[in-house]
Design a binder for this molecule. Structure first.
Ligand code: GLC
Length: 457
């Protein structure tokens, strides 16, 4: 009797484990790390939100926010004619800012496709522009040596079979209202459309490095993996582009191979995100100002230091940054974004060694006050980012005997290492035998955030 119970419970545990082991494909952790290696090395990418909402110039959610009907929204499509669109210029700006990859909206929630699709008329080639803007973009970015990624919205506010839900411009309040709105809509048809279009973007533009599906919102009047057919979809993605890196918004968190990295949006993580106790690849996506699509009158632009801190801090916690621009209806990147990119580029030009190939510093290194640490495990160099420039003496706790050479990163000028403060030092200053002092110039170097590069023993 006891034996049977034991056996039964073993079987239950095993089978529940098997169910928990939901899988999209077989890949070992080592293989995954290798597949993501370029991305974890590169750290910094450009996000691009561009669609017909650029013409409204007041957020990519304008259709939902103002509950605009399809008929009234049509004017943005009819007038879409970005005569100044020159993706080579965009790519050059991204590259000069230090960005190594870019992700563009092939279709956002509004449903408009930036590519020529066989499965819809609501596409760029039917606007006055009349060219496959995505094709031009891919060619230009690749030619500049940037990796290319596609954002594709799972949500669709234009497709007639897509059922109205709580984020739809026609959203309702009660079940009865939804039933009425959706009685002639069939998600099965939309699921097929989704698969067809994802097949198009992953088949017609060569090797695609990143896929950014957006987004799931399960629950009441929401949508999740069954609505999208996510399991099938992801299997298809892995088949079409085995090397691709995919974000985590298709509601496949419990599935092995269902996602590659997590996507904290518009906030800074407190520490390196984990899943089931393990540190996972992550990328925060952020805007320069409060909107993804072009927003003429939005004024909350982050300044250069905030943006640099965002990048450095993300790397110091093992993550990436995808920083967004929302090009205008003319196809240009507006001056505010251009100048933000330019300033970041000035810093990156001389300091990118503390970003590329870097990650969280080993726990034995303590970040001095008002600083952020990054570390390159290959070169065994530690980077101290001085967020608030100190006055001359700077104590590095526990670093005695660990440093071979110290210099400013931006100009490779030596920083002298002293073992003690000098005269007049108080016994109880907190300075310990294992600490060292370095001597910084009184004048803050002419870079937004100076970086000390420590070549370690
Ligand atoms: C959100 C928004 C969307 C934006 C995206 C970027 O999901 O719906 O407008 O594209 O975040 O992460």
């Amino acid at each position: 009797m006891k034996k049977t119970i034991l056996l039964l419970s073993i079987i239950t545990i095993l089978s529940s484990h098997l169910i928990a082991q939901k899988k999209i494909w077989n890949e070992t952790d080592v293989q995954k790390t290798e597949r993501l290696a370029w991305w974890t090395n590169d750290r910094f990418g450009m996000f691009i939100h561009w669609g017909t909402y650029a013409l409204a110039g007041r957020h990519e959610w304008v259709k939902k926010r103002e509950r605009i009907s399809d008929e009234k929204y049509q004017k943005y499509f009819d007038n879409f004619n970005p005569d100044l669109y020159n993706p080579t210029e965009w790519a050059k700006m991204a590259k000069a800012a230090g960005m190594k990859y870019a992700v563009i909206t092939t279709k956002h929630h509004e449903g408009f496709t930036l590519f020529d699709s066989k499965f819809t008329d609501y596409k760029v080639t039917n606007t006055p522009y009349n060219k496959d803007a995505l094709k031009e973009w891919v060619d230009a970015f690749r030619a500049e040596g940037l990796k290319v990624g596609f954002y594709y919205s799972l949500i669709d506010w234009h497709h007639p079979e897509y059922t109205v839900d709580r984020v739809h411009p026609k959203s309702a309040k009660t079940m009865e209202e939804y039933d009425k709105l959706n009685k002639d809509r069939d998600m099965k048809v939309y699921r097929k459309y989704l698969k067809d279009q994802v097949t198009e973007i992953l088949s017609n533009y060569g090797k695609i490095d990143i896929l950014w599906l957006d987004y799931s919102f399960p629950g009441k009047f929401g949508k999740g993996r069954d609505d999208w057919g996510s399991v099938e979809l992801m299997k298809l993605v892995r088949k079409l582009q085995p090397g691709i890196i995919v974000n985590d918004r298709a509601d496949l968190k419990e599935y092995k191979g269902g996602w590659d990295f997590t996507t904290p949006e518009q906030f800074k993580v407190v520490e390196w995100p984990t899943y089931e106790g393990k540190k996972i690849p992550w990328e925060t996506c952020q805007t320069f100002s409060g909107s993804w699509g072009y927003y003429r009158d939005e004024l909350t632009w982050k300044n250069n230091k905030q943006l640099l801190v965002l990048l450095i801090e993300s790397v110091s916690k093992g993550g990436n940054v995808l920083l967004n621009v929302g090009p205008t209806g003319r196809g240009t990147i507006d001056n505010r974004a251009q100048s933000a990119l330019h300033k970041m580029g000035e810093w990156m030009k001389v300091n990118n060694r503390s970003i590329y190939g870097c990650t969280q510093a080993p726990a034995e290194f303590e970040a001095p006050e008002n600083s952020l640490l990054t570390y390159n495990p290959k070169t065994n160099r530690l980077y101290i980012h001085l967020l608030d420039y100190p006055l001359k003496n700077y104590t590095l706790k526990g670093m005695k005997g660990k440093i071979k050479y110290a210099q400013f990163l931006h100009d490779a000028s030596e920083i002298l290492i002293k073992n003690r403060h000098g005269y007049g030092e108080l016994k109880n200053s907190g300075f310990e035998e294992s600490d060292i002092n370095i001597e910084l110039p009184v004048n803050k170097p002419d870079v937004e955030i100076p970086v000390i590069e420590l070549i370690l023993n």
